[in-house]
Design a protein around this ligand. Sequence first.
Ligand SMILES: Nc1ncnc2c1ncn2[C@@H]1O[C@H](COP(=O)(O)OP(=O)(O)OP(=O)(O)O)[C@@H](O)[C@H]1O
Ligand SMILES: [Mg+2]
Length: 217
Amino acid sequence: MTASLPDIPLRSAGPGFFVTFEGGEGVGKSTQIELLKAELIKIGKTVVTTREPGGTTAAEAIRLVLLGNQYQDLSDRSEALLFAAARADVVKNVIDPALAAGSVVLADRYLDSSVAYQGIARNLGELEVKALSLWATRGLLPDLTVVLDLDPTIGMSRVKQPDRLESLAIEFHIKVRAAFLHLAHLEPTRFLVVDASQSTQEISELIFAKVKSRLTP
Ligand SMILES: Nc1ncnc2c1ncn2[C@@H]1O[C@H](COP(=O)(O)OP(=O)(O)OP(=O)(O)O)[C@@H](O)[C@H]1O
Ligand SMILES: [Mg+2]
């Protein structure tokens, strides 16, 4: 006997605007979020930033388990569930209220990271992990997802103190990179893939131009 996953109804951000930043380790996500935040503030937007896993008291506690090098026996499924649990918390307590208030939310990783890392690279199932995350977030999808695409050997060379996931073999990070490109290919309207080997300024200009073109005045 098999059981299929129920379809979760999707919802988008409105009246705010929800941008997520995705990509492997050290590709420049945090750098670009700060640069975009500064540009958006200059044009009068209210900006809220989050990072995953984390952003609420409970989610920060979950982060310690997910990234702590002492938790080497954490099972892959437990890892997927904990990411979803942390995401449920930050969506309910931070992202939903900010979007309801009309803010631009910039998230440092969101559900596509779960699909790429746990669903595809860990082989737990792309559709299963996406459904889990959509259940956790009550179907909240970003308006725009920026994938910073970079050779993982370059990204990993920028990581100073590797956490539990960053310590995985380069083959894992190569799979993650391919997974993000695959996800972007499936949803070309939601995703913007940027060549992250460019300068921080060049990347920032590309992202800001895209966001500006998508924001209602
Ligand atoms: N376009 C770029 N060119 C060269 N170096 C960069 C570029 N963008 C970021 N860096 C540098 O690379 C390092 C990693 O950047 P950053 O922390 O923004 O990446 P990240 O994707 O947030 O990493 P992590 O996955 O560890 O959170 C930093 O030292 C940053 O200054
Ligand atoms: Mg970062």
